[in-house]
Design a protein around this ligand. Structure first.
Ligand code: MN
Length: 332
């Protein structure tokens, strides 16, 4: 997706103590509404990054676009250093990229684009008219061992679904959860899972104590049991659970769908700006210059002629690595 803002830089301050990643936490972060795609903007809800929470495992970005009826026209734009994970709920989106992928994304299909060193892509809703759309798009930061490599794209339509002990089920979208493993290629220990909870369910989600986790309510509301009490979770909020938990108990009185994200704490602090994930200010500056110069690094998305999204201007300060619990970007 196209970002005209520096992720997190325009975030409203979150009225919560900075979470450290050394134990269990109950921390709520409100999603913020962000325009996407410039003048023909649709709006999305951005759950990650948050100023005090740049990453959950390797997950560094989470948008939900929808449910809304819109005509999506996200023209070609670049990425570095990340994987996009697109998990649709409703509607059909045409994905094209610079390595020749040309696919329609719809419910039941997981689409993963690995940028490596550089890729570009476009996303259009199918047809000329506005259509109902709803999906999650997440980014996964690539580790040092993969982020300089070749771009790739893959899709999966047969994902494992596991029954949960207390009722409900989990579709393992990426990584590992409850003894099942997604076929999607990931480069760090991670999980993304859609949890379906019928009305009246109280179930326990098995967690790994050495991973950190967060939950988003895609549909409905749940109560999360914690030693210090019960906490409600509804749609516009991400709940950071921290780490050192072996399970979390969730009740869905009226039925709910959740998305669980988690993983091993990421190996490094990242610099994230526009559509780029890197480690230094200089890397981001170079990627921006190469996109603006139509460098072969990002290839060409077929079917768009010369239409592409220009990079926004860099901020007047050096981009710095995001650390958990930090306030606004430092000047250094
Ligand atoms: Mn994109």
């Amino acid at each position: 997706m196209t970002r005209f803002d520096a992720p997190g830089a325009s975030a409203e301050e979150v009225d919560a103590a900075p979470p450290a990643c050394d134990g269990p936490r109950i921390q709520f972060f409100e999603a913020r509404e962000v325009p996407l795609g410039g003048v023909r903007a649709m709006s999305v809800h951005r759950y990650l990054p948050q100023r005090p929470l740049p990453l959950v495992g390797a997950w560094c970005f989470l948008d939900r676009f929808g449910p809304q009826t819109t005509r999506m026209r996200v023209e070609p734009h670049p990425h570095i250093g990340l994987q996009t994970v697109t998990w649709p709920f409703l509607g059909t989106v045409h994905h094209r990229d610079s390595i020749g992928s040309d696919v329609v994304i719809r419910r039941g299909g997981l689409n993963i684009m690995t940028s490596g060193h550089g890729i570009s892509h476009s996303e259009y809703s199918v047809g000329d008219d506005p259509i109902p759309l709803d999906a999650l798009q997440l980014w996964v930061a690539l580790p040092e061992s993969r982020r300089h490599g070749a771009p790739d794209f893959e899709r999966h339509e047969n994902l494992p679904v596991v029954d949960l002990a207390g009722g409900g089920s989990a579709c393992v979208v990426v990584g590992e959860f409850a003894g099942a493993t997604s076929p999607a290629t990931m480069y760090t220990p991670i999980v993304g899972a859609e949890i379906a909870l019928p009305a009246g369910t109280t179930t326990t989600l098995p967690l790994r104590a050495d991973w950190e986790y967060a939950l988003v309510a895609v549909d409905g509301a749940v109560e999360i049991a914690d030693p210090d009490g019960s906490h409600g979770l509804t749609g516009d909020t991400l709940l950071f659970l921290g780490m050192s938990r072996t399970e979390v108990t969730v009740t869905a009185a009226d039925g709910a769908t959740l998305f669980l994200l988690g993983g091993e704490p990421f190996e490094d602090d990242i610099v994230m700006w526009w559509n780029f994930v890197g480690r230094t200010h200089e890397e981001i500056v170079t990627a921006r210059e190469e996109w603006e110069a139509a460098s072969e690094r990002f290839g060409t998305v077929p079917g768009h002629g010369d239409v592409r999204i220009p990079a926004p201007p860099l901020p007047g300060v050096r981009l710095t690595r995001r650390r958990r619990g930090e306030g606004p970007p430092r000047r250094d």
